[in-house]
Design a protein. Sequence first.
Length: 183
Amino acid sequence: MFNLNRVFCCFALLPAVAMAGSFSLQSSDIKNGDFLTQSQVFQGFGCKGDNLSPQLSWRGAPDGTKAFAVIAYDPDAPTGSGWWHWQVVNIPATVTSLQTGAGKLGNELLPAGAKQLRNDFGTNDFGGACPPKGHGVHRYQFTVHALSKPLNIPEGASAALAGYMIHANSLASSSIESLYRRD
């Protein structure tokens, strides 16, 4: 018997699938489903990594993109609200990549106009992976958002407010989810 609901369901999903496939994020440092290296591990809180943000590049931004935002988030942190490792907003629309270590304060690798926001370590830069010892595997979601406009986020804004503003103005996004465990 012909199921019209099944046919409608599949056609209704086509535009979303096509749009999701056109904006993509890649990295020479991290891979989807692979474990992070010591390069992306925090230096502090008992962790001994290089604390370098990974190289990221993206393509296929939708028409109307005025800026980009990059975020790194651990949904598995035992806080009840996850852990924000990195938030960069107002990356110019002409920029399509960030170098390894761009999130380190004072190194001038971020493009002019880009602004790093406070992470959950309490600093305005990249903070690498550092889950509690014995807490199991954590997921680290690196996401680029194509934004409809540059964001006016107040100095000292919470990561939740910044995340809200990023998502509210996102035209499209693409993510790489990497893993890390601290035994």
